[in-house]
Design a protein around this ligand. Structure first.
Ligand SMILES: Cc1cc2nc3c(=O)[nH]c(=O)nc-3n(C[C@H](O)[C@H](O)[C@H](O)COP(=O)(O)O)c2cc1C
Length: 193
C-alpha cells in the first residue's frame, strides 16, 4: 500500500465548541429556491447533509427567522441549486437579504425555469438543480431541520467536477480545486458506482 506522509501536529489549543462548525461545514454552498401563492424566493444554505440515496434524502437546516422557512413549510417543496465560483457574489448577496426586501430573482438577475415535478423554480445559472419534496416535517419545530426527497435532478454535462464554493465561516470560502482519484485504495464494495 502506498504510504502518504502524515503531517506532524505539534500543538493544539482549546477551541470554542460553538465554532467547530467552521471545520465541519464545508459541503458545497447551495441556493434554495421556493415558491408559494405567487411569491418566489431564494436563500443561501450551507447546512445540509445527505440522509440516504434510495430514496434520495437531504436534510436542510432552514432557520425559522428566514422567510424561506415558512414558504417551504407551506409549499412542501424546494429546489436545491448548486452554484459555482463565478456566482460567489450572488451567493453572498442572496444570503444577505430577505425575500420581503424584493424578489431575489430580479434583484440578482437570476433566471427562473419551471421545475418538472415540484412547484418551485429552478435557477438556470446554477450547475445543478435538484427538485425536492418535503417528506418529513417531524424535526422542523425542534431543529429547523427539513427532510427532503430529491425527485428530479438536472446536472450540467460538463465539467465533470464543478468548481463549487464551501463556507468556512467568518466570511471565508474554500473554492474547490484538485480532484484526484484514490479508487485503488477502496474495497470494491465500498465504491458506489
Ligand atoms: C454562506 C452562507 C451560508 C448560509 N447558510 C444558511 C443555512 O445553512 N441555513 C439558514 O437558515 N440560513 C443560512 N444562511 C442565511 C440565509 O441565506 C439568509 O438569512 C437569507 O437571507 C434568508 O433569506 P430569506 O429570509 O429570504 O429566506 C446562509 C448565508 C450565507 C451567506
Amino acid at each position: 500500500m502506498m504510504q502518504i506522509r502524515r503531517k506532524q501536529i505539534s500543538r493544539k489549543r482549546d477551541f470554542p465548541v460553538d465554532d467547530i462548525r467552521r471545520f465541519l461545514e464545508p459541503g458545497p454552498i447551495v441556493l434554495v429556491s421556493s415558491a408559494s401563492k405567487g411569491r418566489r424566493n431564494i436563500m443561501t444554505m450551507g447546512w445540509h447533509m445527505i440522509m440516504g440515496f434510495s430514496p434520495s434524502l437531504v436534510g436542510c437546516f432552514i432557520w425559522d427567522q428566514n422567510e424561506s422557512h415558512e414558504l417551504i413549510r407551506r409549499s412542501k417543496a424546494c429546489v436545491i441549486n448548486v452554484p459555482t465560483a463565478d456566482l460567489i457574489e450572488t451567493v453572498i448577496g442572496v444570503g444577505n437579504c430577505h425575500g420581503s426586501e424584493g424578489d431575489k430573482f430580479d434583484r440578482f438577475s437570476l433566471t427562473p425555469r419551471p421545475a418538472k415535478k415540484v412547484d418551485a423554480p429552478l435557477i438556470a445559472e446554477c450547475y445543478a438543480n435538484f427538485e425536492c419534496k418535503l417528506v418529513d416535517t417531524s424535526l422542523i419545530r425542534r431543529y429547523s431541520l427539513f427532510v427532503f426527497e430529491c425527485v428530479k435532478a438536472h446536472v450540467a454535462t460538463k465539467p465533470k467536477y464543478p468548481t463549487t464554493v464551501h463556507y468556512r465561516g467568518h466570511g471565508v470560502f474554500m473554492i474547490s480545486g484538485h480532484n484526484r482519484s484514490y479508487r485503488r485504495l477502496f474495497k470494491p464494495e465500498m465504491l458506489e458506482e
